[in-house]
Ligand binder design. Structure first.
Ligand SMILES: [Zn+2]
Length: 100
């Protein structure tokens, strides 16, 4: 049949925002690093069209680059969190009362 497509198009993914299952071919790829062409070691997430449209487009470049920086040499979870809080504090100051 003319409409038969490859299996790839029939794969189902789940929208990370609302949990709806939809065909991968209908979904929008969401790459937290903003570079879909660098696929090395990545797992993409997906959004349905509706959520993609409602996606917050506020700038978050700093956050993403901060996370990428921290992850660069693949720390384990604890080290990652430690570095994350350290880096945020360093850049933006502590969210809590400064200890004196
Ligand atoms: Zn959705």
């Amino acid at each position: 049949m003319w409409s038969s497509r490859s299996n790839r198009d029939r794969k189902t993914v789940v929208c990370i925002a609302c949990g709806t299952s939809l065909l991968r071919s209908e979904a929008r790829e969401y790459d937290k690093e903003g570079n879909r062409w660098d696929r090395h070691g990545k797992e993409f997430e997906f959004l349905c069209k509706e959520c993609y449209r409602g996606l917050c487009h506020q700038p978050r470049d700093e956050l993403e680059s901060l996370l990428v920086d921290i992850e660069r040499d693949g720390p384990d979870r604890d080290a990652f969190l430690q570095r994350y809080f350290g880096a945020v504090e360093e850049r933006y100051g502590s969210p809590e009362e400064p200890e004196s």
